[in-house]
Write a protein that binds this ligand. Structure first.
Ligand code: OGA
Ligand code: NI
Length: 333
């Protein structure tokens, strides 16, 4: 008998179909036409699905298989790649290691474990030698073939992320390559996640992923068929963002909201795994170069308006957010 599941009031999503599915096939061929609908989604719900994105399902399936292979390892084996041992926020974090909603989840973190794979920089790289935070080598687990599959996917997702950023630029009335100078060594992170099933009475005191906004520019998420992702709609009601085969879910993060002075919306979302089985997802976070200035873009300020946020840098912003969500990181600093 499966455990019964009871959702506390407010945790059931309304079923409204407002997250658009956008065909980005033309973008891959250099045609910027989809930029208009992408821009519209970023200004409104802050979430959209993309289809015809050019990443093969075979590769995506392999990434899931490799992620599962890691998460299935005995704890002692996973400890060998623990994030606490990394100087640059890479490797495995255990269940509860990340808390995306510390205000509500006061006793425990998210009911998920994950693995952070970033840009794999060697120890003799100048930024690593200079001890620049968040820069350095990955914590590759000792699983034959694992690294190759993850790196292949990572590289393709970097390219897809850059393409979406060029569409963002066009939709903001900027040159298509506007963001390129700020993508020297972009801080891009692939972070496979594993959510155990939740049962019993579920409250905001522990969700799979507590309600949060993402930190960076944009997130490209692949989710398995379990469902459970919810997005805060324009009317503040939570809506389902169900898995749609052949698509990624894309959303705006805080850095992009800040960059656009609030023109693009960084939308709260959360995960509740009520599928009764394990859930896996593959978020890919696209953040610019550490030194990228994040301040109001020239086209995002109407006459008489003032910037809503003080200028910052991509690196500082990311460090602040990681520090707020990861206890091990707070303990370190
Ligand atoms: C995240 C996130 C959603 C998911 O990691 O920021 O929102 O489906 N993940 O795992
Ligand atoms: Ni998120």
């Amino acid at each position: 008998m499966p455990d019964t599941i009871e959702l506390a009031p407010g945790l059931s999503p309304a079923h409204l179909d407002v997250i658009p599915v956008i065909d980005v096939g033309p973008l891959l061929a250099g045609d910027m036409t989809p930029a208009a609908s992408i821009g519209e989604a970023c200004r409104e719900i802050g979430f959209f699905y993309i289809k015809n994105h050019g990443i093969s399902q075979t590769l995506i399936d392999r990434v899931y298989a490799e992620a599962k292979r890691f998460f299935d390892l005995p704890l002692a084996e996973k400890e060998k790649s623990a994030i606490e041992q990394s100087a640059c926020h890479r490797g495995w974090f255990r269940i509860g290691g990340e808390n995306l909603d510390p205000a509500k989840q006061t006793q425990t973190g998210d009911l998920k474990e994950g693995f952070k794979i970033g840009r794999d920089l060697p120890l003799d790289h100048e930024r690593v030698k200079a001890k620049l935070p968040l820069h350095g080598p990955n914590m590759w687990p000792d699983l034959p073939g694992w690294r190759d599959v993850m790196q292949d996917y990572y590289d393709r997702m970097v390219a897809l992320g850059k393409l979406l950023l060029s569409a963002f630029a066009v939709s903001l009335g900027l040159k298509k390559n506007y963001f390129e100078p700020w993508l020297g060594i972009p801080m891009t992170t692939l972070g496979p996640l594993h959510y155990p099933p939740q049962s019993g009475r579920i409250t905001e005191a522990q969700l799979g992923a507590g309600a949060h906004t993402d930190y960076g520019c944009l997130t490209l998420l692949h989710q398995d068929s379990s469902g459970g992702l919810q997005v805060k709609g324009l009317d503040q009601r939570w809506i389902d963002a169900p898995p749609i085969p052949g698509t990624f879910v894309v959303n705006i993060g805080d850095m992009m909201e800040r960059w656009t002075n609030g023109v693009f919306r960084s939308t709260p979302h959360r995960v509740i795994n009520v599928s009764g089985h394990e859930r896996y997802s593959l978020p890919f976070f696209f953040d610019p170069d550490f030194y990228a200035p994040v301040e109001c873009l020239p086209t995002c300020l109407k006459p008489g308006e003032t910037p809503k946020y003080p200028p910052t840098t991509a690196g500082q912003h990311l460090l602040d957010m990681i520090n707020a969500a990861f206890k091990y990181h707070q303990d370190k600093t």
